[in-house]
Design a protein around this ligand. Sequence first.
Ligand code: WT7
Length: 647
Amino acid sequence: MSEFSTVLTESRKFPPPPGFAEKAHLKSMDDYRRLCAEADANPDAYWAARAKEELFWQTPFSTVCEWKPPFAKWFLGGRTNLSYNALDRHLATQGDKVAIRFEGEPGDRRDVTYRELHAEVCRLANGLRALGVKPGDRVGIYLPLIPEAAVAMLACARIGATHSVVFGGFSAEALRDRMNDAKAKVLITSDGGWRKGHVVPLLDNVRASIAHGIPSMEKVIVAHRTGATPPALQPNEVAWSELVASEPASCEPEWVDSEHPLFILYTSGSTGTPKGVLHTTGGYGVWTSLTTRWVFDLKPDDVYWCTADVGWVTGHSYVVYGPLMNGATVVLYEGAPTTPGPDRFWELIARHQVTIFYTAPTAIRAFMRLGEEHPKRHDLTSLRLLGTVGEPINPEAWMWYRETIGGGRCPIVDTWWQTETGGILISPLPGVTTTKPGSATLPLPGIHPAILDKDHHEVRQGAGKLFLLKPWPSMLRTIWGNELRFRAGYFAEHPKYYFTGDGARRDADGYFWIIGRVDDVVNVAGHRLGTAEVESALVSHPRVAEAAVVGRPDSLKGTALVAFVTMKAGVETSKALEAELAAHVTKEIGAIARPDEIRFAAGLPKTRSGKIMRRLLRDVAAGTDSKGDTSTLEDLSVLAALRNDEE
Ligand code: WT7
């Protein structure tokens, strides 16, 4: 919320740079308005045209959209395959073009052409079939950001298996919970991956999580990445190289129904454990393919680098599916931005002549702090377009990005979307939209966001909750195995309008300014976390009685995590205990969920009905005075005690 006051006074405007628009796929506000008008006048015709342009359909679809709120189906009756669309389609025209330009953290490099990627995907797809993986079976993927991650995803898509990628930074416990929820049959991993000069022990984590019980898991496929020699394997494990050794480099794709489950990706909600967001094939394929070209103005000779890990939706949609379906050259970098030095990203951009760069505001803020001497040492003139995603970007960071990285000449696309939306929904179009620092600007043609007040009246200018009034092709279809949670999470506020969980403001030009989450989901350094998850990790510690976790504005991470913890009777609090609890959260979830601050409290402030007063705790955490009504506090001394802790 702290950035909100800055954006309210933000008045700078940046039209598309001269020369950019003429060459762009979408060139003017007229182009944009025409598409919006088409989508409004005849949505079925508009979406059918987009679907035919973007994908090869082995069987054409017969119905464009079936909307029975909250359930949407798109391109019904159509059959396609996204691995075919991402690979086979390009072989005749550009088989020797580099699809993935990989660079490992230790500096090893590998270019994978479309032909080579196709062959590797086919081999693994055949290997998966040989293991008995059938269409609709779930396959877990727990890998570093190496080409094998994209190969694994596309191999699943090729045979109609539903992949569920788990970010390599998640712990063994978090991996086990996700694999159990998905009832995955096979897990694809590696001995390890490089991060900040160290090896992340992925295979050890996999073994620990299986030891704790994943009844559905039949086989683990192990790629060799870090060790001097391949790891010694156990009976339930098979080396990737061995699995594919005798498999042919071609594999007939499984022509799946448009609504066939493509992937499940776990993300945090305001309650309970992470939820499995389900995306299906046709609609997701159409929208990620189209938005990659529109928003990033992708051209055949671009070198495109989105820094996201494939463990997040950004990596699914804008590292793997969208760019590869467009036949782009994608840069893939395994490691940390500051390894071996603070200029690793800039050195990579200069050496690979990156033209499109897409990253998160938290990274930009971190680079700002490191100092502009690092980017200044490198020639960044190959860049022609910059993007951001994941959290609101404060105008200072936006301006720094524009000037220091973009040399004042690159348009910036601030793209708003979510794991659930599958693809970008609100964003500037670089040849069309006049940008304002900190605003995601306008919806893409065919998308209908609206800010509603508490009576569900549209707020044309002003602030409120952000909804999507109509379905879009890449919207989540449900929460895996939990329809109730799907309804409760997105359609409890209104039965027909999708609630985003975000608060937003719309200005006099109709531009959207995303304020941030209005539920108990926080965005910590661009990573989405539910405060409830961190709380349950804390209370799973044998000496913790109760915990409440809230976000506190942080100039680097966007939001920092503050945990208020009460201990069981007789437990002495200490610095050592604080460290032990933080380590416990890391073990239960992963380092991204580690609280930035742990405060011990005698009790937590609650309403008469026993609900923890989070607003009060947020104020205490932020060090501001609560203007809220505290008369419902069961015990005012609890609040006073917390305040004293601050001194
Ligand atoms: C939440 C979704 C979309 C891929 C990465 C995050 C926040 C996302 C923006 C933006 C302001 C943004 C929202 C949203 N968010 N993009 N451009 N400006 N906020 O996906 O992990 O599902 O998180 O990220 O709060 O609800 P996610």
